[in-house]
Write a protein that binds this ligand. Structure first.
Ligand code: FAQ
Length: 334
């Protein structure tokens, strides 16, 4: 039912192989559970393409979290006060934690963390386009919290109801932390806009101008150009479409920008009384695909930093393994 187009019916000599009665029954049971809004657990039977789609999305999501540590991590040593430094340190550590929950959720689908990281480091795997933009000033850090985490929450809250339970459970924890991230970013920008110098206010406006359009791109291509959406929605992996989430984000953010006292860099942004939504201008999708294809302003730098961190961390992984082997030997001997 859900999987006619994508299920992996094994092809022999160009002909789809017939399913066994047992496989057909398992498929039917799975479809019924999805229809009923049931959650699927790691040990449950699932179609191969459901597993592959989840692995693709969850591993990309995990990679986004750990690559997402880099643009802000860049500012830890330069945070303007002890308080802002402590907040930023905690936030960046949280993103690392989110990556770990998500890699663990993906591992339940049968792929090892080493395999996933290998795909990231060799440039095969995707991660969110947004993390290929530079953090030029301190205001970029606040803007990432406000807009990037704001967009991430908008996208991630519906994933708390994803049909794959280990992913849904990880997302519940992650979303709680992301809402703190969004608030701290807004608070940091508000401090500069309310009490800052003219130069600091201009710095905030400049950061918002640079991050606004890339944030709208975070939600992915328009619905009619999103190859994975239809199946993802039928399987209950995606609950809300890319365009709907993007519109919700714009609607929520316009008012926050007004309170902050910044303008959003879109001359076509206006309230539409008929739709009760904010209309916005055309997104430059050619820029999005360039960044996704590896040609963004910081793609090479981000990947090189990840690879260096992995190589430099080898001795830590070796030491941890040696320690766990030693512990196991001790337990056996006791
Ligand atoms: N960047 O058919 P669709 C965060 C790819 S976490 C790069 O619409 P789908 C926390 C897509 O993979 C941010 N690639 O795909 C944080 C597909 O390629 P594929 C990450 C993108 O999966 C904050 C192709 O385009 N969040 O920010 C992007 O149905 C601050 C066609 O697209 C998640 O990953 C993009 N923006 O929908 C951390 C949430 N958009 O795989 C640090 C979970 C699309 O066929 C600091 N993921 N593509 O080769 C999702 O909800 C979905 O995967 C979407 C894409 C909505 C991202």
């Amino acid at each position: 039912m859900y999987t006619q187009a994508m299920d992996t019916m094994r092809e022999e000599g160009g002909q789809p192989a017939l399913r066994t009665a047992e496989e057909a029954a398992l498929q039917q049971r799975f479809d019924n559970r999805i229809d009923a809004g049931d959650f699927i657990e790691a040990k449950d039977w699932m179609p191969d393409n459901y597993r592959k789609t989840l692995l693709r999305q969850i591993s990309q999501h995990a990679h986004s979290e750990i690559v997402g540590m880099l643009p802000e991590g860049n500012w830890i040593t330069r945070a303007p006060t002890l308080k802002r430094k402590a907040i930023l340190l905690a936030k960046v550590q949280d993103e690392g934690g989110h990556g770990l929950y998500l890699y663990a959720a993906a591992e339940t689908l049968g792929q090892s963390r080493d395999q996933m990281l290998d795909s990231l480091h060799s440039g095969k795997a995707k991660y969110s386009s947004i993390f290929n933009y530079p953090t030029l000033t301190w205001a970029d850090v606040g803007t990432i919290g406000w807009l990037v985490d704001g967009a991430a929450i908008m996208n991630q809250v519906p994933i708390c109801r994803c049909s794959y339970a280990p992913y849904a459970r990880a997302m519940i924890r992650i979303c709680r932390e992301e809402s703190f991230h969004q608030r701290q970013g807004y608070d940091s920008l508000l401090a500069m806009m309310q009490n800052g110098t003219e130069a600091q206010k201009a710095m905030v406006q400049d950061a918002v101008n640079r991050w606004w359009w890339p944030c709208l791109m975070m939600f992915g291509p328009p619905d009619d150009q999103s190859p994975n959406s239809a199946q993802g929605m039928r399987w209950g992996i995606k609950r809300v479409s890319n365009d709907t989430l993007r519109q919700k984000f714009v609607d929520a953010t316009v008012q926050q920008a007004q309170v902050l006292g910044v303008s959003l860099p879109d001359p076509d942004l206006r309230w539409n009384e008929a739709t009760q939504h904010w209309d916005f201008g055309t997104i430059d999708w050619s820029e999005f695909w360039r960044v996704v294809g590896g040609e963004g302003p910081c793609n090479r730098e981000r990947l090189a930093m990840r690879v260096a961190a992995w190589e430099e961390g080898e001795w830590v992984r070796e030491a941890a393994l040696a320690h766990s082997r030693k512990q196991a030997r001790k337990e056996k001997a006791a």
